[in-house]
Design a binder for this molecule. Structure first.
Ligand code: TPP
Ligand code: MG
Length: 709
């Protein structure tokens, strides 16, 4: 086989480059990747979330991705949006109240919320918009006021308590939201979050608070906080801590602890939180020395954001939070730079892919987190290598792109696995290769040469060792690769072979992922039709979240994401996630439609958060597929031949009535024809809506339908 020529760019040109080709030569490097001070770290977070969330995520359509100028040359303006100053204590509710009142959709449809885009800033920062400058009094007015009124006593400066230092450190690490069920054990922190510019959202259950923090971090890359009281609240937070771990999401879980003097006596709600719930986190610590708060917070931030990001648990004795931090105790704001590839490493991966006949890229959350989807599309196009997304990361590139070959894992048609098995070369990019994505560690298959490019390339004895393991941020790698490829010439015969195969593979995936076939007269809805209707009606920027359960199979297979950052699903497979995640997404993108897909089992776990959604003024639409059972588990019982299945049947629940009881809208849709008008009306209203979709039990899974014999 002829080796492709990748290096027509004369090596003389490379000789003048620094060790890593994306080093100082790229202007954004200094601001984005090498931020080392607290200030710079804050700038980095601002830049990679707010700015890009409203530029790259919103601008990356298939078309734009294909025609975008060389992303690697993007100037510093791409990452230097100034931080909007915080106005502590200004609640989103105030902002929402200022918006013109949308007509009640029941009374008459109003224009969808996303058309036209609202002029006011509505992203996550709108609770920190600067207050309008007050009119300055004239000098004579000032003099008159000074003589008329006694001088205001100067307010003593707030003491620098542990709680305040923690709040400031969290804010500096990018935290803007804290989700909580309050407890008396952490009031010394809760009460000062607002003054640090962190918005507190009360939830109905700590599990939902932890899901909201996780979803927020997954969507923005910026950590959020969830807070719970000692032992009992901490136990409830656990599900989101575990989820953040599996999703590699930066997050802070802060839990109160009994007073130091009572530790070790099995005091009220005392438990070893570091040794128990802390084991679910990436890192955990009990902060019991006020003098160490700066150091400990520095380490906590590094652990949450550094390497493979993840959740950090901070357990703080109640009395510590109100203690004044001794003068001179050090602050620690050092942040490690993101890892970048060496030129030789990039070249080796390009050689691997370009010399293959059936290469494939498996792209995961690291691509989304690095906001480098359009660069990945460019790389795929330049190399003529198709992309399969990791499980629950289906929005990693536009699904209509001819080089997209579907999502791996649960819900995927068999052609996806087959294509992965047939690969002779594979680049696993920004993806940990979970059990689900790798089909039980069967992918990469024995004969596949593969490269793992990730913040922490995995070394798992379940998988064959990668031929190339490269520690790199996904964007640094992909941009470097694209830059390199622009001056390369590929082997024509191999390119032709790949092109032909790609066309056939894409067509095969399209054919295998049709979910709306078959005439269904009821009872209840056709879940595949619901999914295709949803796709047709929703604008491209709409965000979809999912809960766990078999109802999700139709969307996993049949929904088409067109932009990155439009899907939230936990790789932990946790039930109860859909609604809290939708609320978090809507807090971030108030102007974008957000739809949660849930089963009756999963929604019931967190449906009390409908009241949270109403209170927070977020516009979420919840679709609940109701088969009155824990359908997925019943399917497994059937598969193993359980003779008298127990524990999987549920009773009827009037979800529309529950919604109304929470102050939301609730509608029941019994036929396919009624779904689209109900959806359009839900999208046009300014209140959360639950659409209750009864589902006949013959719709067992996307594989086992009334039409599949
Ligand atoms: C917190 C949690 N508990 C239990 C499970 C196991 N589990 C996975 S799917 C499922 C059933 C989900 O039921 P439902 O939400 O009604 O969806 P369906 O499968 O019926 O479509 C269960 C119990 C889980 N994934 N998460
Ligand atoms: Mg169900």
């Amino acid at each position: 086989m002829t080796e492709p020529m990748l290096d027509r760019a004369p090596d003389a040109a490379l000789a003048s480059e620094p060790e890593s080709m994306d080093g100082p030569s790229e202007p954004e490097a200094a601001t984005e990747h090498e931020a080392a001070t607290e200030h710079e770290a804050a700038t980095e977070h601002e830049a990679t979330t707010e700015h890009e969330a409203t530029t790259e995520h919103e601008a990356t359509t298939e078309h734009e991705a294909a025609t975008e100028p060389n992303a690697a040359t993007a100037g510093p303006e791409a990452v230097t949006e100034p931080e909007i100053p915080a106005e502590p204590g200004t609640a989103r509710a105030d902002v929402v109240a200022d918006e013109p009142e949308a007509a009640d959709a029941e009374a008459g449809a109003v224009a969808p919320a996303w058309l036209p885009a609202p002029a006011a800033p509505v992203a996550e920062t709108d609770f920190v918009v600067a207050a309008p400058a007050a009119t300055q009094p004239s000098a004579p007015e000032r003099a008159a006021a000074e003589t008329a009124a006694p001088a205001e006593p100067t307010r003593p400066e707030a003491p620098r308590t542990v709680g305040r230092v923690m709040a400031a450190a969290l804010r500096a690490a990018g935290v803007r939201y804290a989700f909580t069920v309050p407890g008396e054990s952490f009031l010394g922190l809760l009460d000062v979050l607002g003054e640090a510019g962190i918005r507190v959202v009360a939830t109905r259950h700590e599990g939902a608070a932890s899901f909201m923090a996780e979803a927020y971090g997954q969507l923005t890359g910026r950590p959020a906080v969830c807070l719970g009281t000692r032992a009992v609240g901490a136990a409830n937070l656990s599900i989101g801590i575990h989820t953040a771990r599996q999703d590699s999401t930066p997050m802070f879980a802060v839990v109160g602890q009994v007073e130091r003097a009572h530790r070790g006596r099995e005091a009220f709600q005392e438990v070893d939180q570091v040794g128990s719930f802390g084991r679910l986190a990436k890192w955990a610590v009990e902060l019991d020395d006020p003098a160490a708060v700066g150091r400990t917070m520095g380490e906590a931030v590094r652990r949450a954001l550094g390497d493979r990001p993840g959740p950090v648990l901070l357990s703080v004795p109640e009395d510590v939070l109100d203690e004044v931090v001794p003068d001179g105790s050090a602050e620690d704001v050092a942040r490690p730079p993101l890892p970048r590839p060496e030129l030789g490493e990039v070249r080796a991966v390009l050689q691997l892919l370009a010399s293959a006949r059936r290469p494939v890229i498996v792209a995961g959350g690291g691509v989304l987190r690095a906001r480098t989807s359009s660069d990945l599309v460019r790389l795929a196009e330049l190399l003529h290598v198709p992309v399969v997304s990791a499980w629950r990361r289906g929005d990693v590139i536009p699904n209509d792109h001819p080089l997209y070959l579907g999502m791996a894992g649960f819900g995927a048609p068999s052609v996806v696995r087959e294509r992965l098995e047939r690969a002779d070369a594979m680049l696993v990019l920004g993806c940990r290769l979970s059990e689900v994505t790798s089909y039980g560690w069967a992918i990469p298959a024995a004969g596949t040469r593969w490269a793992h490019v990730d913040l922490v390339p995995r070394s798992s004895d379940a998988l064959p060792a990668p031929d190339l393991a490269i520690r790199s941020d996904a964007r640094a790698f992909v941009r470097s690769a694209v830059q390199r490829l622009q001056a390369a010439v590929l082997d024509a015969a191999l390119v032709d072979a790949r092109r032909a195969a790609n066309e056939a593979d894409h067509a095969a995936w399209e054919a295998a992922s049709v979910v709306d076939a078959g005439d269904w007269e009821g009872p209840g809805v056709h879940p595949g039709r619901v999914v295709t209707t949803l796709r047709r009606v929703l604008p491209d920027e709409a965000i979809v979240t999912t809960d766990a359960g078999n109802f999700g199979g139709w969307a996993a297979r049949g929904f088409r994401f067109r932009r990155p950052g439009t899907f939230l699903g936990p790789t932990s497979g946790a039930m109860g996630y859909g609604l809290p995640a939708a609320i978090a997404a809507s807090l971030v993108h108030h102007d974008r439609p957000v739809v949660a897909l849930c089963g009756d089992g999963g929604l019931a776990m967190t449906m009390a958060e409908l009241e949270t959604a109403v209170r927070e003024g977020v516009r979420v639409v919840v679709l609940v597929f109701d088969n009155e059972r824990y359908g997925m588990i019943r399917m497994y019982q059937d598969r193993r031949g359980t003779e008298a299945p127990t524990g999987t049947d549920l009773g009827p629940l009037d979800f529309a009535a529950v919604a109304r009881a929470c102050g939301a809208r609730g509608v029941r849709v019994d036929t396919d024809a009624a779904f689209e008008p109900a959806l359009r009306q839900a999208l046009a209203t300014d209140r959360p809506t639950v659409i209750h979709l009864p589902l006949d039990r013959s719709w067992v899974s996307v594989e086992r339908t009334p039409f599949s014999a």
